[in-house]
Write a protein that binds this ligand. Structure first.
Ligand SMILES: [Zn+2]
Length: 91
């Protein structure tokens, strides 16, 4: 994989969100959701269900469209996670 070193930093919550590249799914290019659920799976693609470690995702520039899509996927992730916790009796 040929990733420029300058793109290896991914956005952290609330810090220079606009200027930093988004971590995206190498399979379908969708913005990934950061999760602290599993070690070695810091990112998850809500679309294809694949999880990625910190350096595995493809970095793509932040755009308003990508930011909106990320927000949409994050909502989906949070909803699915809440459902899963209810099913497992953890809520
Ligand atoms: Zn994906």
């Amino acid at each position: 994989m040929d990733v420029d070193d300058s793109l290896r930093t991914f956005p952290m919550p609330g810090r220079e969100k606009q200027e930093r590249p988004y971590a995206c799914c190498p399979r379908d290019g969708e913005p990934l959701i950061s999760t602290l659920e599993f070690s070695g799976a810091e990112f998850v693609c809500v679309v294809c269900g694949q999880t990625y470690g910190y350096l595995a995702p493809t970095a793509k520039p932040a755009t308003p469209e990508r930011e909106a899509r990320h927000g949409e996927l994050k909502e989906r992730y949070d909803a699915e996670r809440a459902e899963r916790q209810i099913r497992e009796g953890r809520a």
